[in-house]
Design a protein around this ligand. Structure first.
Ligand code: R5P
Length: 293
């Protein structure tokens, strides 16, 4: 197996190497007009090729996956597998106003049209996208990794910061021993990128609370949730999420709150901070690749 890491996943290089994964070489360059060019610097003929790359907000990340995959196929790879730790654009899975479209569905369809032997994704944000999966798609979850990181100090209560993540929170609840209780926040968004935590269903008074979500973007959802559970008497608050996007001041915003710790995986590159515990997804991805060989 030869593994090529696109720019969007290159922060995983050192961790993957720890598990003795050989990373293939390729070059990428820009023409005078800015057009991108790519060239594999490895012979891939007859090989099983893995391309690891996320879909970041910058659409060039999507183009890079398509281009690298094309190079692998044209240069005679026997089979290709594509691993996408973070599938961006999944929040745009349906039009919400006239004139919009399902950009997230377009992205998953483009990836599937490459027709790899396997497309491996992690904690996909949208059920609509999940429904568009073809049989060769495998979705992994970071929730077992998060559960494992909580073994030493399991929380008393798992809180879902909105109705959308209740099933994820329930999954984490079932993975923990002793089994924590569950609380759910009713969140509203008066406008894009603004979240308000309106009410809390469940008891957090005097409890060690873990609020879990699939992603942190502006940090609005989780900071509202922290304030609400604190007002309701939580003894301590921790946060966890698979995808730490942390736009703008989000990480500073969350770190300045009265939280004990924030657990986040490295599906995306993360900053270091004493309050952030980064959980490495590399072993999960490599195990999935070993299983799908
Ligand atoms: C909501 O649909 C998602 O699960 C997250 O709660 C949301 O994307 C987080 O965004 P932000 O950090 O900007 O509130």
């Amino acid at each position: 197996m030869k593994l090529f890491l696109a720019d969007s996943a290159k922060h995983l290089r050192q961790n993957l190497k720890k598990y003795s994964s050989e990373i293939g070489k390729y070059e990428s360059y820009a023409f005078a007009d800015g057009e991108r060019g790519y060239r594999l610097r490895e012979n891939v003929r007859g090989d099983s090729i893995v391309i690891m790359a996320s879909i970041l907000p910058n659409p060039e990340s999507l183009f890079e996956i398509l281009a690298l995959h094309r190079l692998a196929v044209e240069n005679g790879a026997r089979e290709t597998r594509v691993v996408v730790p973070y599938l961006g654009y999944a929040r745009q899975d349906r039009p919400t106003r006239p004139g919009e479209g399902s950009i997230g569905i377009m992205v998953i369809e483009l990836l599937q049209k490459m027709n790899p032997c396997r497309l491996i994704l992690m904690d996909v944000h949208s059920d609509l996208i999940r429904r568009a999966f073809r049989p060769f798609v495998t979705e992994l979850s970071a929730l077992p990794l998060i559960a494992n990181a909580l073994i030493a100090h399991p929380p008393d209560v798992i809180v879902s910061p909105d109705a959308g993540f209740v099933s994820g929170a329930r999954t984490l609840q079932k993975l923990l021993k002793p089994k924590p209780s569950l609380a759910v926040i009713e969140k509203v968004r008066p406008k894009p990128n603004v979240a308000i935590a309106k009410s809390l269903q469940g008891d957090v008074r005097g409890k060690d609370v873990l609020i879990v979500d699939d992603m942190i973007d502006t940090g609005g959802t989780l900071s509202e949730a922290v304030k609400l559970v604190s007002r309701n008497g939580a003894r301590s608050v921790r946060l966890a999420a698979t995808h730490g996007i942390f736009s703008g001041e989000a990480s500073r915003r969350l770190i300045s709150l009265p939280i004990k710790e924030m657990l986040v995986t490295n599906t995306l590159a993360q900053i270091r901070s004493p309050k952030i515990r980064i959980l490495d997804i590399s072993p999960i991805l490599l195990n999935a690749l070993a299983r799908t060989q």
